[in-house]
Design a binder for this molecule. Structure first.
Ligand SMILES: [Zn+2]
Length: 237
């Protein structure tokens, strides 16, 4: 068999192997991305909860300030009581104290409400953190399996890419180009067998003269219908 067509056949076989390895590799990468995506999604929720909790806590701090201020007002008013001379003034101060206490009660209620919200969000956050831990545990084995497989694929790809060079480099540049173009335009099949007078790439009938010449002529010939490069297998009669 013609040396160039032998090289092309080996090259095509190797390219098919390379393609399927790359496909497998891509699948694993996608699986890994999905696993990490789920983790990121939950972590984002945790971050969102942290933010909400932070907002509530600063609102609480403001309420606390208000409470302290009212507390001071009450104390000041109450301290004035013993010095008061008239009944009228006395009642007025008592009223002041009373309304300050009411304000405080209101502030305290708001503070407690925030506290309850914070507790709720913290519980939700704990739940999410637990989910992350579980997910980590559940995906740990698969993640390291994937990493190992990717590493192996990379090594195989490197070795096979090196082998590819030994097949393609000795071919004339023009033929390399023809091969590359056919691979691209003919669904990854550039070199096909001509059998029983037909091209097995496009299944069209070959001119008998061309078919016969394949057995004799050392030149590389292509199918007039699909342009694929043809080879024949000699069967011992
Ligand atoms: Zn054809």
């Amino acid at each position: 068999m013609h040396e160039q067509i032998e090289r092309l056949r080996a090259l095509q076989e190797l390219d098919h192997e390379l393609n399927s390895i790359r496909q497998e590799r891509r699948k694993l990468e996608m699986e890994q991305a999905e696993l990490s995506g789920e983790m990121v999604r939950i972590q984002d929720m945790v971050n969102g909860l942290d933010e909400e909790i932070g907002t509530l806590q600063s609102q609480q701090a403001e309420l606390q300030q208000g409470l302290a201020q009212e507390e001071a007002n009450i104390k000041r008013s109450e301290e004035r009581l013993p010095e008061i001379k008239t009944q009228k003034e006395y009642l007025a101060v008592l009223k002041e104290v009373d309304s300050a206490k009411k304000v405080n009660k209101d502030l305290q209620a708001k503070f407690d409400e925030k506290q309850a919200q914070i507790a709720e969000l913290n519980a939700e956050k704990d739940e999410k953190l637990k989910q992350i831990e579980e997910l980590k545990e559940r995906t740990e084995v698969r993640t390291s399996e994937i990493a190992e497989a990717l590493q192996e694929f990379d090594e195989t790809l490197e070795a096979k890419t090196g082998q590819r060079g030994t097949h393609i480099d000795p071919l004339p540049k023009q033929l390399q180009k023809r091969y590359a173009l056919l691979m691209e335009r003919r669904d990854g099949i550039a070199v096909v067998e001509a059998r029983d007078g037909n091209c097995t790439g496009c299944h069209m009938h070959l001119p008998p003269q061309l078919f016969n010449s394949l057995f004799l002529n050392p030149q590389i010939q292509s199918c007039p219908h699909c342009n694929r490069l043809l080879f024949v297998t000699r069967t011992e009669a």
